[in-house]
Design a protein. Sequence first.
Length: 318
Amino acid sequence: MLLVYYLIVINIITFALFGIDKAKAKADKWRIPEHTLLLFVFLGGEIGGFLGMKVFHHKTKKNKFRITVPILLVIELVLIVFFLYQNYHLVVTEYTFNSDKITDELDGYRIVQISDLHNQWFGKKQKRLLSMIEECKPDIIVVTGDAVDSNHTNYEIALDFFEGAVGISPVYYITGNHEEWLQGTEKYSDYLDKAEQMGVNYIDGKTVEVDGFELTGAVGISGVKDVSNDNELSVVLSHEPGHYDADLIFAGHIHGGQFIIPGKGGLLSPDFTFFPEYYGDMYDLGSARLVVSRGLGNSLVPVRINNFPEIVVVEFEK
């Protein structure tokens, strides 16, 4: 949503600048420099600049505006469509998890992982996202942190998701670094209370028995390191990718490296690590498998490239 907000603001400002400059021209007052107007157009205000020229009949005879602004407008419209598609085209990624600890009852068990929603909007009441999750036929849904964003916080978007998700299957939720940064506020406490009242299982620092296996929620972005069980399947939810003495680990946080470069992987983590080792896949850690979701939303960097938001499905196979 940050990209959408930015485009709205920059185009309103650019439109206003053209109007102000036209008024100043009529009053024979000090003018806004042409390079300033063109700079705002170049920074994403092409629509505002083009409308400003037409509505205020301003700069329509100067070639640097008459030619440049329409060309930039076409380029901007193409880029807007491209970036919106990259940010909002949901995909489902499926993995198969094999283990000797998978019982007959767990054979075919399906876990949907949702990570790093960051207040991203996928239709009214998150309908598009929830419909795709339902089609995956999950036995449980696990949420590995950053359902809300501390920079542009909107609790209602996250609660809309949880309200719909608990109607599909049981939901287990751990927090990420953005929830940690919001802790201590009344609004955040109300948000957690509302989620739990809806039926969301908040399991930070807890181990719970779920359908014949142990599910552990790591605390914040670090968490417990040894949750192994010699006889029973052990699954860990962790916001950040890490090594745990468990059978299966779900993590997120990396956002797929934001821009995925073919042959190289994800470019940059939220911690500003270039080409992070675990950016989005199922990784073999020896005795464990680590599933890293590319996530759904963005935070500081408002766009994704070659990195569609994803719903992860892991199916158990005996």
